[in-house]
Design a protein around this ligand. Structure first.
Ligand SMILES: C[S@@+](CC[C@H](N)C(=O)[O-])C[C@H]1O[C@@H](n2cnc3c(N)ncnc32)[C@H](O)[C@@H]1O
Length: 271
């Protein structure tokens, strides 16, 4: 990856993209995202020759992507007129995987440097717009059609926002749209507090800025917001069914450590 082009938190997109690229090399992949493999190879031809090489240690991130895809697919099947806000999109190719009908307007948002890479490595589409902006500067929201149902997807983004910014983002979205779904993932308070010592995050000069022990309680932030449910990640049946045996064993062991199993919570809300 031309990591020199990405700064701080922007670099966190790289291990997730790599995990998706490597999953696609399994005989029976979880996500099967051939675009991810293509983009990863174009960005960094030697991506599988480094420290963890072609190991599937990051496969739980792929489970998270699949969970968000499945929820999004369901929502779009019921709301073919939806507006999708895919925030902190990184180089994820969700719009290609889901291939929504032309009645859906889809927006991918991330920092300008990341969007620049998307322009370079991913094809344009009809009814698909890239927004190069920080997510917390809400002026981008003014350019979005706001009379249709909203689907907001934020995969791997929320922990990098402060609670104040997250609250302003979520409540502004509920205020701006007639109805919708918000799906994202959070970390608990201990993971937030210890993230400054996380070796991977330290390499990128990034750290988490919020954490929640009870993410369902975020529904209290707006009278129209309602918690729907949560889906598993580190102990997801699909991970246990499809991961190579050594990776399955690794996750089983990790899940024995108190708190690890729920160290990421994938949650959704409706309004
Ligand atoms: C862990 S990566 C996840 C990328 C992508 N969602 C995925 O799952 O492959 C986090 C992404 O959030 C983006 N990000 C973090 N803070 C942001 C902010 N304040 N505004 C816009 N993007 C942000 C980063 O640039 C990065 O692309």
């Amino acid at each position: 990856m031309k990591e020199t082009e990405l700064l701080g938190v922007q670099q966190t997109l790289s291990p997730v993209l790599q995990a998706k690229a490597l999953d696609n090399r399994l005989n029976d992949p979880i996500l099967g995202d051939h675009y991810a493999e293509q983009v990863m190879r174009s960005l960094d031809p030697g991506y599988d020759n480094r420290r963890f090489g072609a190991s599937q240690v990051g496969l739980a991130a792929v489970v998270r992507a699949k969970a968000h895809d499945d929820w999004a697919r369901d929502f779009l099947a019921d709301h073919p007129d939806a507006v999708v806000l895919h925030l902190g999109c990184g180089l994820d190719t969700r719009v290609q995987r889901l291939d929504p009908p032309a009645t859906v307007d889809w927006y991918d948002l991330d920092y300008p440097a990341v969007i620049e890479l998307r322009h370079r490595f991913l094809p344009p589409r009809e009814h698909y717009t890239l927004i190069g902006s920080g997510v917390t500067d809400l002026t981008w929201l003014e350019s979005i059609p706001r009379s249709r149902p909203l689907l907001m997807i934020a995969e791997g983004l929320v922990p990098y926002l402060t609670e104040t910014d997250l609250r302003r983002l979520l409540t502004s979205l509920v205020d701006a749209f007639p109805s919708g779904r918000l799906q994202f993932d959070t970390v608990p308070v201990w993971a937030w507090r210890t993230s400054k010592w996380d070796p991977t995050l330290r390499t990128y000069g990034a750290q988490f800025r919020c954490g929640f022990n009870d993410p369902a309680a975020l529904a209290d932030w707006h009278p129209r917001l309602e918690y729907v449910d949560e889906t598993p990640m580190y102990d997801a049946p699909i991970l246990m069914a499809k991961a190579p045996a050594n990776i399955r064993r690794m996750y089983r062991l990790l899940n024995l450590i108190p708190g690890m199993k729920r160290s990421t919570r994938i949650v959704r809300f409706r309004f």
